[in-house]
Write a new protein. Sequence first.
Length: 318
Amino acid sequence: MAGTSSTAEKAAHVSEHNRAMAEEIAHLKRARNAVILAHNYQRPEVQDVADFVGDSLELARKAAQVQSADVIVFCGVHFMAETAKIINPGRTVLLPERTAGCPLADTIDAATLVEWKRRYPEAAVVCYVNSSAAVKAESDACCTSANARKVVDSLPQHQIIFVPDRNLGHFVSRHTSKQVFLYPGACTTHVRLTANDVLKARNMYPNAPVVVHPECEPEVVDIADAVLSTSQMLRYVQESAADLFLVGTEAGILHRMQAENPGKTFYVLSRALLCPNMKQTHLKSVLMALQENRYEIELDEDVRLRAKRALDRMLELV
């Protein structure tokens, strides 16, 4: 019993500490005229202090709609904060954790993309938003997992270079008549989910819908009931008559799913579905960002302008 009491006391202390930090964050946010954006994969307590929580497309749209704020605190990874800066050059954009990068975005750089463009000179480049500003600047259009097919089909070219996620590109290639050349990048978190993980979960919960992200491997996508971006997943579980779901994306999404659907139950399909980069940001990170201007995103103006053209094409199709 002593151990149980100690654990409960520790949990209460952490909760009180987080509450105090959340209050200080709210105070500093008002003082600095800041807005906090957070990705669906962020820690629950970080999501709870954000003004808006969403997927990459929703956050890009929200960043484009920021009108009165002087400061944008982006709780996510580096390419997301860059995207906000591309859209808001006159505002201060802060990434609370400097080393919160994206292994998928790191699989390609601008020089490599230029080589691919030479290899396929007739092809348009569709760049997944999970990429650097420099890669976006070499692209014809950006996309997210929510609108990738729409973006590909909107371009006049029959040939498409799709970078950097091979699995999202493969998923799109199944639903378009265009010829898609796939760059071999992948999300190190989503590829951990295996078909065997799905089959095991299905054996335990045979009536539960399986919803997975298109960054998962094709053999996982093939046996899912629905293949959706995180924003689409949230709508799906809300509208479904089912009361139990098996979820194949980063585990952070379960916090919002449960909050929005208190009468339903959600299980992540694998314990390996945790992104260490997304989990770098804590409440203290957000607090320090507002207190000390950590860490400001800066971009070369030529790169920013060229990247913005690709992003604008994506946002026009929303």
